[in-house]
Structures are given as structure tokens and as C-alpha cells.
Design a protein around this ligand. Structure first.
Ligand SMILES: [Zn+2]
Length: 408
């Protein structure tokens, strides 16, 4: 795989930085990142670090060595070849050993003082903001702008249609979420891209690499960048490693992120100090969370909480267990959750409690709070029933059964 032909193109109010990628598997494709003119000074035009990290996983899937025709960070290329490639091979069995070379390397530290993080309105994101904006005095560690990336979290990019859909959702979510950064007086920097078209396996598998890729492309702004972890604590990452193995780079964030740093930007893996439940407890009374919490992962056009997807359910079940559900009724459709999802979701957690860390944490919380959940026997039976009904009955009938069983 060859990365070459770095170009900067100004288009209306946007500036696009792109390279050509020549791959035996993919042919010749353009990889681009684009931001508004206001933030174009952040685009790194002197090193191809971001593009390199963006394609390392695809190259390892296809077993293609990477050659960069251009400059990359000496520290980054050293860490990629010596540590990152072996780490990815160890935790993702489909990754093959590759070698990375570049025509030029340097150790330049750019003139910048940005302390950034992504902002999605989710639990991990708000926990990082609470800890490293609200509670911090030291300006060298206090978040001073947010980056909003389109590298997979807004939808897949396997076809032109999917790219267009994700792009549209990216801009509408940016518009929706910007109120919070505006309130703090912080920039909310949009960085659009087609990087997800190089990651057809979906966002969850490689989100740490694709997000770091975007932050490296904006390396002229950031000195430090907090990356909010996927929701497991340090101990849970060890205990439940099989749950994430081959499925999610969050498993290795605490070791991977520092190795993707350059001489100019430090990546900090944040959030594994807490379990998911501890995070919710930590931020539940943080006032902006009451107005902006947005956890949804459904792939529809809307950016509002759907109240029935796995992340909405996880959040709502936890809020219910701590007696705060009604306080979030303006952000979630509680009736819809109760009617369409709650019983099945709660039973699933009981069934999965020994192999799923999130399930184990909410079941433990219920015990601590003295709240009785359905027994394992009943839960197994109901989950079986729901799965059977889903496979054999029309949706309307399934919904009727749920309403009857629920209990509400
Ligand atoms: Zn949802």
C-alpha cells in the first residue's frame, strides 16, 4: 500500500486535505479529511501521520506493507513498527504482520497548545468533559476545544449512498450538539472524512484508530488529546477481555493510545478509571447532562435518543435503578422504553451477567439497591420467547405480546 500525493483543496467554505492510496486489494482510492475554513490552520500539511494511522488496520487485514511518500513522525513510525503492529496482531487474529516505511521522518513539535477531546453527548464523552474541563484548573490539561469527527460513528461508508447518509447525519448531529460547546465558549471543530470507506467492518472494531487518525490530521491545533474509552474499567478489560477480543479496539486503548502519540501530540486514554455504571453515577447530577445527554446508536436519520437501542436501554435501566429515570423524560421517550424494550432488555442482562461486563454491572447495581429483577429461569424463558416470536411472528403481534407481558 502506498500513501502519496498530498493535496490541499479549498472548496467554498471548506478546506480538504487528501492523499492517494494505492493498494493491491483496493486499487487507487482517495482518502480525504475536510474542515471549515475557520479551522483549516489545524490541518497538518507537513506530515502524513493521520493518513498513516487511518489505513494501518486495512493494510494489516490485507497483508500489505505501507510506504509513505512523504514525511511522518519519527516517534510514530518507530512505535507503529515495533509495538502497534504486534499489539494489533495479538488482539485481532485477522491482522497480518506488515512493515511501514516512509521517504522522510522528522521530530518536529508544532506550535500549538490545544487540549482536545471528541464530544458526542454520550456517557463516556460527558465523563471526560466533567473530569478534564469542569474539575481542572491547570490550563495545560484543561480541555479547550472539541473535535467532532465523521470517521464511522455516523454510519457506514461501504457505498456512495452510505457515505452520503453518514455525511448528512454528521452535519445534523454537529448542529444539534454544538449548543453545549457554544455554551462553554469552546470551538466544536467539525472534521468530515471518507475514512470509514476504508473500514467496511464497522466503527466498533477500529474506532480508536480512526478517531486518532482524525486528531492527528488536526495535529497543528492539539498538544494533548483525551480519547474517551469504550466504557470498561481497567479490571473489567482484563476480566472480560474475551468479550471485546477481535471486536473492539477499546480493549487495548490504555496501551494503544500512548503509542499513537507523536513528538507534538499526546494521546491520553481516558475513562477506564471507572466502570460504565460508575460513570453514569458520576455525571448524573452534572447539569448539562440533563439537557444534552445523547447516547443513541441506532442507524436511523434522527440524532435523538431512540429509547430502545442497546445504549439507550443500558442508560435507561441504570437511571431507573438509581431512581432518576423520570428526571430524563425530556431526553428519552420513557413510555416507549417501558412498553417496547424494558422487559426484554432487563431479562437479557440477567441472562448475560456472567459473560457481559455491562450486564454484570447493572445486575450488581440492582442487588445493591435492593431491586428485584426477574429470576434467571424466567429471564431465560422470556428471552427465548422473544427471540422465537421475533423470528416467527409479525412485529405488531410481538409488540402486543410485550405489552401484555409488561407489565406496562
Ligand atoms: Zn437509541
Amino acid at each position: 500500500m502506498k500513501i502519496y500525493n498530498l493535496k490541499t483543496i479549498k472548496n467554498d467554505n471548506n478546506v480538504r486535505l487528501s492523499v492517494s492510496i494505492d493498494s493491491e486489494k483496493l486499487g487507487c482510492k482517495e482518502l480525504w479529511f475536510s474542515t471549515s475554513e475557520k479551522f483549516a490552520h489545524g490541518l497538518c500539511e507537513t506530515r502524513l501521520d493521520g493518513f498513516l494511522v487511518g489505513v494501518i488496520f486495512p493494510a494489516m487485514q490485507y497483508g500489505e506493507n505501507i510506504h509513505v511518500e512523504g514525511c511522518v513522525s519519527s516517534k510514530l513510525i518507530f512505535n507503529l513498527n515495533n509495538y502497534v503492529v504486534p499489539i494489533l496482531m495479538a488482539f485481532f487474529s485477522s491482522c497480518k504482520r506488515i512493515e511501514i516505511t516512509a521517504t522522510e521522518t522528522n521530530s518536529e513539535q508544532f506550535d500549538c497548545s490545544g487540549v482536545g477531546t471528541g464530544f458526542s453527548g454520550g456517557v463516556d464523552s460527558f465523563c471526560t468533559v466533567f473530569d478534564h474541563y469542569d474539575l481542572v484548573q491547570d490550563p495545560s490539561y484543561k480541555i479547550n476545544s472539541f473535535l467532532f469527527l465523521n470517521v464511522g460513528s455516523n454510519g457506514r461508508g461501504r457505498t456512495e449512498e452510505e457515505l452520503l447518509f453518514a455525511g448528512k447525519k454528521f452535519y445534523s448531529r454537529h448542529d444539534y450538539l454544538r449548543k453545549f460547546p457554544n455554551e462553554l465558549g469552546l470551538d466544536f471543530i467539525p472534521l468530515d472524512s471518507n475514512l470509514h470507506s476504508f473500514h467496511p467492518w464497522g466503527h466498533q472494531l477500529t474506532h480508536s484508530l480512526t478517531s486518532v487518525s482524525g486528531a492527528l490530521v488536526m495535529q497543528n491545533i492539539y498538544r494533548k488529546y483525551f480519547y474517551a474509552s469504550g466504557g470498561l474499567s481497567y479490571l473489567e478489560l482484563f476480566k472480560f477481555h474475551e468479550f471485546l477480543l477481535n471486536r473492539d479496539t477499546a480493549l487495548i486503548d490504555p496501551i494503544l493510545l500512548p503509542l499513537l502519540s507523536t513528538e507534538s501530540i499526546d494521546f491520553i486514554s481516558d475513562g477506564a478509571q471507572y466502570s460504565r455504571v460508575e460513570k453514569i453515577l458520576r455525571i448524573v447530577d452534572y447539569e448539562p447532562v440533563r439537557r444534552y445527554l445523547n447516547v443513541c446508536v441506532h442507524y436511523g436519520e434522527s440524532y435523538e435518543n431512540c429509547s430502545v437501542c442497546s445504549k439507550c436501554c443500558r442508560t435507561l435501566m441504570t437511571l431507573n435503578l438509581i431512581g432518576k429515570l423520570d428526571e430524563f423524560s425530556h431526553l428519552f421517550d420513557i413510555r416507549k422504553y417501558k412498553k417496547k424494550a424494558e422487559l426484554e432488555y432487563v431479562c437479557q442482562q440477567v441472562v448475560r451477567q456472567n459473560k457481559d461486563p455491562f450486564a454484570q454491572a447493572v445486575v450488581k447495581l440492582a442487588k445493591e439497591k435492593g431491586i428485584k429483577l426477574p429470576s434467571p429461569l424466567i429471564s431465560y424463558f422470556l428471552v427465548f420467547l422473544f427471540n422465537f416470536a421475533r423470528a416467527s411472528l409479525p412485529l405488531a403481534v410481538l409488540s402486543k405480546i410485550k405489552t401484555m407481558l409488561k407489565l406496562g
